[in-house]
Design a protein around this ligand. Sequence first.
Ligand code: ZN
Length: 327
Amino acid sequence: MPDIDRRTLLGGSAAALACRPSLAAAPRATVQGPGIYRTKLGDYQLTAIDDGTWFLKIDDEFVRNADATAVNRALAAAFLPPNMLPVSFTVLVVNTGSKLVMIDAGTGGQIADTAGVMLANLAVAGIDPKAVDTIVISHFHPDHINGLKTKDGDKVFPNAEILVPEPEWAFWMDEARMNSAPDRIKVYFRNARRIFGDLEKEVRRFRPGVEVAPGITSIPAFGHTPGHTAFSIASRNQSILAMGDAVRNPYLFARYPDWQPLFDMDGPLAVKTRRQMLDRAAADRMLVEAYHFPFPACGHIVKSGKGYELVPVLWQPLLPERPQRAG
Ligand SMILES: [Zn+2]
């Protein structure tokens, strides 16, 4: 067996390349291919639609109860650079056979220059925004609702019924609360009015815990925001848990579920919700999805040390029946 030391690995490949004549100069691409991932769930077809990634600069304040050294160590363990968190956005489309249901609405290109490709990817997936019947919203943070409207205020999904968690509406549309909120949070109140202000009669509010569409049940997952809601999607004997923002970047908040990022409005409650959700997903070996997981944002959760690990789904070029889970 050849000796593979570091020097051989680093130096060998360069030497091998150097003695080859160069072939055709292919242009370098600047973008990935389309970001869509389909999977079968009972009689349903799910399509994860990539909306891009925001590279968020973070500082010592970003996690309330962990210092920058610990956070940067966790980023380095995931082969990520320090002081910067990649925040991916993935919208989940559920085709029940008779209805097209979307969970959350993407960033609408209004959050970061490197996000806002959801509509392009929807087109690749063959989904016309006019054909979307229902959009179920997990919570009112801008990265989940801005995609409902263009920057100019036009509806992007003109025929979709929009369902929102009742406590989320009650909180963000409350005038007194907006007026007394710090400026950092006021922005979110104003944005919720920009998106929903003229849709009050059209938006249907639901109580977290009820079924919101065939096979799609809402689950109270409060803490990230006052009405933050997760969803379980089930068809026949298969199901997936769409966790929304209960667990954000898995290399930080699944591995360290007790960490409280600034985005979690009620830190301790968000930790309780996050732990419950991760625990249930791991114990029941559930397929999970989360809006900010790396694309395609689907996988399984296993317990590991004091935290949890995401085991991402495998890419499958064909769409066979999802194998029955083992054990
Ligand atoms: Zn979010």
